[in-house]
Design a protein around this ligand. Structure first.
Ligand SMILES: [Zn+2]
Length: 488
């Protein structure tokens, strides 16, 4: 049958993609660098009839949004679903070409995987849309014939509009980010200032009052498996001043999500992108108040101690991290259980064994930018001239683009392209400073339009040698997956 399909369509057929639903057979093929969806039989694909097989029409059409909708309807495993409390990794794909490599990286690990995962911020920086992110995942899942199911993560949602846009595109997990409502100053202010702040929050919005809060926390010790948490007045005031408004915002976002979602949804809550670490007591307070307001979630991302910089290993004291992480896990088990979500989770190789050991099954590791870096690694090998141009452009952009990211690279330590031999280029992807410079400039690179057209050229280079791209992803993300593997 494969030979016949190749002959009749003239396509290079992705053999793993051939699948039947009812009396229609679907498969993905390729002509040049263009991917096409094909069906034998009338399965709703919009395209051109190119022939017949056993009396059924063979239709070949574009891998566009309309056909992605048809595929998701006909083959439900190409749609995301809720993964619940299964131990999981999230693999964001900024270019929309990484899914087959991501699937290969998690194969056999026993982990749940989130494939369509992008924050609204990154979508706008890459000029992508929620539909586009979802469609890329669908096509990649079909290409690999990956039928075990996958999650999707509308990441770092801040407004009702963010929720509406991603609900519409069929996302199933929604990461609510109330970071803008977290008061970082409360971390160091004296009690009298904290008391004023708590009074100003409007506790009625939290559906509570001072007497209620005081009665529930002060002088109480909460015993948990692996530790205990005690509140005095100052700890309570600090937690309420710092996270009170965030509690209110998450509750509003959650209720809005529930009112607009058409099917099952799951929620993550993230406060990782705030300036000051979340103490275990603050985590306990935040989660307790959210529960009281009826919010339900499968994962929560505190802001941990130490530095989680983009694209590089953990920076900080490993023992201090382990001690604090153990307490966060204890809170998550006592109040959930729910998963502790590790944001900026890529390349944190020194703490993966600690996290895997302490969290057990209750962990979600989220990565995104590291896949873009691996794409650049593939390009450094296959198209050194293009890589050199991107490198020099990124060196110019770094000081501006780093503003909204946690990075500390020194751009003067990153050599310009003309000072390096071609065979030295891939090695830059193993260098601390070069990784961060390339990491945070992705938006500028992908949307540069004054002659460079890097976005189109990067995608063309990756499509021209897609197996080289998948191979670097499988290798690098495989290293992320392995410490958490259920079968290792
Ligand atoms: Zn994050």
């Amino acid at each position: 049958m494969i030979d016949q399909l190749k002959k009749l369509t003239g396509l290079k057929v992705y053999e793993s993609s051939i699948v039947s639903a009812g009396d229609v057979t679907y498969f993905l093929g390729r002509r040049g660098v263009e991917k096409l969806i094909a069906s034998v039989g009338n399965g709703g694909i919009a395209g051109e009839k190119v022939g017949e097989l056993n009396g059924k029409p063979i239709i070949v059409g574009p891998t566009d949004h309309a056909n992605a909708l048809v595929i998701r309807k006909s083959l439900p495993w190409t749609s995301p679903r809720c993964l619940g409390l299964i131990k999981s990794v999230g693999l964001g794909d900024r270019l929309g070409l990484a899914t087959p490599g991501h699937i290969r990286a998690v194969a056999g690990s026993g982990l749940g995987v989130f494939l369509a995962q992008q924050s609204i911020r990154e979508m706008s920086r890459t000029q992508r849309t929620p539909d586009g992110v979802m469609d890329s995942a669908t096509w990649g899942v079909l290409q690999e014939g990956f039928k075990q199911g996958f999650g999707s993560d509308a990441d770092h949602l801040q407004t009702f509009e963010d929720i509406d846009r991603t609900v519409k595109a069929g996302f199933t997990m929604f990461t609510i980010d109330p970071g803008a409502y977290v008061d970082n100053d409360a971390d160091s202010e004296p009690s009298n200032v904290l008391a004023e702040k708590v009074a100003a929050i409007g506790l009625s919005e939290m559906e509570t009052d001072t007497a209620d809060l005081t009665g529930r926390y002060i002088g109480k010790t909460f015993n948990m498996d692996g530790g205990e948490i005690t509140f005095d007045e100052e700890i309570l005031l600090r937690a309420a001043a710092k996270y009170g408004k965030a509690v209110v915002h998450v509750a509003k976002m959650f209720r809005h999500l529930k009112s607009v979602a058409g099917g099952p949804v799951e929620v993550e809550i993230s406060v990782d992108e705030t300036e000051t670490p979340t103490t275990p007591a603050e985590h306990f307070f935040f989660a307790t108040e959210l529960k009281r307001l009826g919010v339900e979630w499968v994962a929560l991302a505190p802001r941990f101690v130490g530095r989680f910089e983009k694209g590089v290993d953990y920076i900080g004291d490993l023992d201090a991290f382990a001690a604090s992480f153990a307490e966060h896990v204890a809170v998550a088990k006592a109040l959930g259980p729910y998963k502790i979500s590790i944001h900026s989770g890529s390349d944190k190789f020194s703490i993966y064994p600690i996290i895997a050991d302490l969290a057990g099954r209750y962990v979600h590791v989220k990565t995104a930018g590291t896949s873009y870096l691996e794409a650049l690694r593939a390009i450094a090998a296959t198209d050194p001239d293009l890589f050199g141009e991107i490198l020099d452009f990124a060196r110019e952009r770094y000081e501006t683009d780093k503003a909204t990211y946690h990075v500390s690279a020194d751009v003067t330590k990153v050599p310009p392209a003309d000072s390096l031999k071609n065979e030295q280029l891939p090695g830059l992807l193993d260098d601390f400073d070069a990784r961060q410079v390339l990491h945070v400039t992705f938006g500028s690179v992908l949307t540069a339009d004054d002659g460079e057209q890097f976005g189109a050229r990067i995608r063309a280079a990756l499509k021209a040698d897609e197996e080289a791209h998948y191979a670097v992803l499988e290798k690098h993300l495989g290293r992320h997956v392995k410490p958490f593997s259920i079968s290792n």
